[in-house]
Design a protein around this ligand. Structure first.
Ligand SMILES: [Zn+2]
Length: 143
C-alpha cells in the first residue's frame, strides 16, 4: 500500500482471526485503503518515524458488527485505522501530538479511544477531534 504499511496490516484483525472471518478489503475500496496508508505515512513521519501499530484498519461488515462498530464506521470503507505508536508514547500523548498537526496531516477524524487512537482520511477532511469517555460516548476535543 505504501512504504511502511502493507495491505495485510490494514486487513489484520485479532478478532477476525479468532472468529475465522476473512477480512479482505474488496478491490473497489482498495483506493481508500491506499489513501489511508498514505495518511499514516505522514503521521509516522510526523511522530519521528517511530513504528505505528495498526490494531484495526479495514473492517468487513461482519467484523464491524462483531466489534459493535457504527453502521457508518469509516473502517467499513477503508478510510480509518486504529493505531498505537508505543515508541512515541501512550495514545493520549499520540493524540495530543497529532491535534495541532491535523490540518497539515489531513486528518478527517481524530478520536482518542481508551487504548488506541482512531484516525481517518478523506478527500475533504473535517479535522474533527473527539475523545471517548465511555463505550459509545464521545465528547469534542481531547479535554
Ligand atoms: Zn476506529
Amino acid at each position: 500500500m505504501s512504504q511502511h504499511f502493507k495491505l495485510e496490516e490494514l486487513e489484520r484483525s485479532q478478532i477476525a482471526l479468532e472468529r475465522g472471518i476473512q477480512n479482505r478489503c474488496p478491490e473497489p475500496l482498495r483506493i481508500n485503503l491506499s489513501f489511508t496508508a498514505a495518511g499514516l505515512e505522514r503521521l509516522r513521519a510526523y511522530l519521528g518515524g517511530k513504528a505505528i501499530v495498526i490494531d484495526s484498519g479495514y473492517r468487513c461488515p461482519e467484523l464491524n458488527r462483531l466489534v459493535r462498530g457504527s453502521d457508518r464506521s469509516q473502517h467499513l470503507s477503508g478510510q480509518a485505522a486504529d493505531i498505537r505508536c508505543p515508541g512515541f508514547g501512550d495514545p493520549q500523548a499520540v493524540a495530543r501530538a497529532l491535534l495541532p498537526a491535523r490540518f497539515i496531516l489531513g486528518i478527517d477524524q481524530l478520536i482518542l479511544e481508551a487504548t488506541w487512537v482512531h484516525v481517518s482520511f478523506t478527500l475533504e477532511p473535517r479535522y474533527q477531534v473527539l475523545r471517548c469517555i465511555a463505550p459509545g460516548e464521545y465528547l469534542e476535543g481531547l479535554g
